[in-house]
Design a protein around this ligand. Structure first.
Ligand SMILES: Nc1ncnc2c1ncn2[C@@H]1O[C@H](COP(=O)(O)OP(=O)(O)OP(=O)(O)O)[C@@H](O)[C@H]1O
Ligand SMILES: [Mg+2]
Length: 334
């Protein structure tokens, strides 16, 4: 395999569930590529399919999920692997950090015991002393002060932000090639969020791990991602490097997300109400015909936008936009 071959290639990935209300097409035809050392942001409203995409990559979807398409890690197909094979991939190559660090940590074991165990699983040939030293090193890497002391403490003795750091330390104990952080900062206040993102960035810098950050907040991706995919109703509506996404926004949905961001540079921001995209996202058992954003889109045109799901259109470089009116909707005053 050549050195610049992608680390992760997701192609036409779909995940569906049979429910009482019919088939829920949770994600449909999701494709993206991620290169080693890159940080990818996956952004979208609640229910857009961000976590499903992460769970499919991790191989931790519920048994009832029907998966199609392809997920290749360093060229190896992950869709269709056995549970044992997937467990091995998770143990060595991919790790995930969830939003809720308190439920993910064992409340009756010290942070040190849990970290040392994570190191032992990955490096069974090490001595207890070596594992302890590695655990301290990992806590240092994620910015936990006085790690030799903190290692003896229980998760409830840590603040929310510190627990999230511990989770990041646990997840990198096996030196994964790919680290997925699903809403790692949502439960935290703004200052602590910024610190946790800085920790992820530092981990990325120091270990070279490729990172996927999942968030509903475009502000978070602005600070951390190299590349961004925007998801809406189970599909990717726009994919771009971070600067073009913000400065050459191609999709009306992305534009709506941007307009709803609080901006420090707007002087009268205190009086101004933040923009909200009108309407509600559709549900997975009843996607609208054609572009799924069309019913909420000020630029939608009957007979064009409600016919087929728009395929991605390349608008330059690696920037793609799934909108049949790309290039024309911006000219419109609504
Ligand atoms: N077990 C399940 N059975 C049926 N449908 C499901 C199941 N789990 C999730 N879904 C559906 O899959 C879709 C995608 O959900 P997902 O959790 O990926 O969204 P998300 O973008 O991560 O949202 P959030 O921001 O709320 O975490 C949703 O429409 C949801 O209703
Ligand atoms: Mg989610």
């Amino acid at each position: 395999m050549s050195a610049d071959a992608p680390l992760l290639e997701v192609e036409h990935l779909s995940v569906a569930f049979t429910t009482d209300a019919g088939t829920a097409r949770a994600i449909e035809d999701v494709s993206f590529t991620l290169h080693s050392g890159e940080t990818l942001g996956i952004v979208g409203e609640s229910g857009s399919g961000k976590s499903m995409t992460a769970m499919a990559i991790m191989g931790i979807l519920p048994k009832s999920a029907v998966v199609s398409g392809s997920i290749r890690l360093r060229g190896r197909e992950l869709v269709g692997l056995s549970d044992d094979e997937l467990r091995e991939v998770r143990g060595n190559e991919i790790a995930i950090v969830f939003q809720d660090a308190l439920t993910a940590l064992n409340p009756v074991a010290t942070v040190g015991e849990q970290l040392i165990e994570a190191v032992r699983v990955h490096r069974p040939d090490t001595s207890r002393e070596q594992r302890r030293a590695r655990a301290i090193e990992l806590l240092t890497l994620v910015g936990i002060p006085a790690p030799e002391k903190r290692i003896e403490r229980y998760p409830h003795e840590f603040s929310g932000g510190m627990r999230q750091r511990v989770m990041i330390a646990m997840s990198i104990a096996n030196e994964p090639d790919l680290l997925i952080a699903d809403e790692p900062t949502t439960a935290l206040d703004v200052t602590v969020q910024a610190q946790v993102l800085e920790v992820l960035r530092e981990v990325q810098r120091r270990t070279g791990t490729t990172v996927v950050v999942i968030t509903h907040d475009l502000g978070v991706v602005a600070g951390i991602a190299d590349r961004v995919i925007v998801m809406y109703a189970g599909g990717v509506v726009e994919a771009a490097d971070v600067d073009p996404l913000f400065y050459e926004t191609g999709h009306p949905y992305t534009s709506g997300l941007l307009a709803s961001l609080p901006r420090l540079d707007r002087r009268s921001s205190r009086e101004e109400r933040l923009y909200q995209i009108p309407g509600q996202p559709p549900i997975a058992t009843k996607w609208p015909e054609g572009c799924r954003f069309a019913p909420r889109c000020a630029h939608a045109v009957a007979g064009r936008c409600d016919v087929v799901v728009p395929p991605p259109v390349n608008v330059g470089g690696t920037h793609t936009v799934s909108c049949v009116r790309v290039g024309e909707w911006r000219e419109e005053v609504v």
